[in-house]
Design a protein around this ligand. Structure first.
Ligand code: GSH
Length: 388
């Protein structure tokens, strides 16, 4: 990546040392039009600029190609930690009837749709867990991890702590575990290889193979069950690839809405209890400004309509149509399936925003959302302040 810049560097800088070269003629032709000191200054500025450019190019090259070599699978994300990283839990969720034998810590942003999705799953399955709120600007609480996003779920396993990543993969892995507890989560991650790749923006991204699949050793499914599983996968995918992209342009639609949204994040995320005042202010004001700007880019990247609310309503209507077609309270029938849990989780991330109120007023999704909430209440544990 930085080689072309290096070639330019040689061509421009070397004549400086060898005034008799053909390039020096070029330089001197410039000299005839500018005073020597101006020309010198120009050359020095250009050289410094090029050196900085070359340095940055070299650094980027190093970051992409040397420090983090691209490997197809087996990336360091799944390294087993011998010891738990130091963390300060904000609260824990305790369900006395949890028999999962899991010890989990969720590193999250309270209102990140992917984190909400994981919490919805844990609550729907009545699993105990601790929650660590991560500062979205400084991200100190996940410094220990080489995965730079949330959610990260840390699970105690034999011999250490297993990091699980990607909300959808986390849900599939836990569901696989609950169906057959003879496997440890450190074995189950092997069914879900993590792959690194450079995305369209030139950044290194991680994706997880098989993430929409729940593994099991059950005998072959009949056609009806197969169709139900395929439908569940399809809507889980829709939650990640369609629904989630309608959120940011809606909750950060104007500067005012972005600020209101971040103030709600601060309140429900318990930021004031977890971070000093200056860090809260940084998160609220820098976050709101950044997200207001970014949301405009996200709007065009994901083909959201100019009337952004309409895209949100369209998504909700598509989802409700699928449920109405089934004639049951949930897509999963009388009980929510993983698609219901995922859609609920994603939507719950904007529950305190004006956009969510508008959504309930303008579509019929409110009734399903309320039914999900009631369902979740029956299964989820109690929230207890952290003892840490
Ligand atoms: N595919 C991932 C996406 C996770 C993700 O994008 N999380 C965002 C927060 S909503 C994040 O951590 N972004 C990086 C950052 O904040 O710097 C998942 O489903 O967990």
């Amino acid at each position: 990546m930085w080689r072309p810049t290096f070639t330019i560097l040689r061509k421009v800088v070397l004549p400086h040392y060898n005034e008799k070269s053909s390039f020096s003629k070029l330089f001197y032709s410039t000299k005839s039009r500018f005073p020597r000191s101006t020309a010198k200054l120009t050359l020095i500025s250009a050289s410094v600029g090029i050196l900085v450019g070359a340095g940055y190019g070299g650094y980027t090259h190093y970051k992409i190609n040397v420090k983090k070599p691209l490997k197809a699978t087996e990336v360091e994300e799944y390294v087993l930690l011998k010891e738990a990283p130091k963390y300060q839990a904000q609260y824990r969720v305790v369900n006395d009837s949890d028999n999962s034998n899991l010890e989990l810590v969720l590193f999250q942003y309270r209102t990140c749709p992917f984190c909400c999705k994981v919490r919805s799953y844990l609550d729907a399955r009545g699993i105990n867990y601790e929650v660590v709120e991560v500062d979205a600007v400084l991200r100190q609480a996940i410094r220990w991890s080489n995965y730079k996003k949330v959610p990260i779920l840390l699970a105690k396993v034999d011999g250490g702590y297993q990091q699980l990543l990607d909300s959808t993969a986390i849900i599939s892995m836990l569901e696989t575990y609950l169906r057959d507890k003879s496997y440890q989560l450190s074995d189950i991650v092997k069914f879900y290889p993590a792959t690194r790749f450079v995305n369209d923006s030139g950044k290194i991204a991680t994706d997880i193979t098989n993430k929409y699949f729940v593994m099991n050793n059950a005998p072959l499914l009949d056609e009806k069950q197969k169709a139900a599983e395929a439908e569940e996968r399809q809507w889980r995918q829709w939650a990640d690839q369609v629904l989630v992209h309608t959120l940011s342009p809606n909750v950060y639609r104007t500067v005012g809405e972005a600020l209101e949204t971040f103030k709600w994040f601060e309140e429900v995320g318990g930021w004031k209890q977890s971070f000093p005042a200056w860090e809260c202010a940084l998160m609220v004001y820098v976050g709101a400004a950044a997200m207001w700007i970014i949301s405009k880019r996200l709007k065009s990247r994901h083909n959201i309509k100019d009337d952004v609310r309409q895209s949100l309503y369209d998504a909700a209507n598509d989802w409700m149509k699928a449920i109405q077609k089934k004639g049951t309270p949930f897509l999963g029938g009388d009980k929510p399936n993983l698609a219901d849990i995922s859609v609920f989780g994603v939507l719950s991330s904007i529950e305190g925003c004006g956009a969510f109120e508008d959504l309930k007023t303008n579509t019929s999704i409110g009734q399903w959302f309320q039914a999900m909430k009631m369902n979740m209440k029956e299964t989820s544990g109690k929230h207890l302040a952290s003892y840490a």
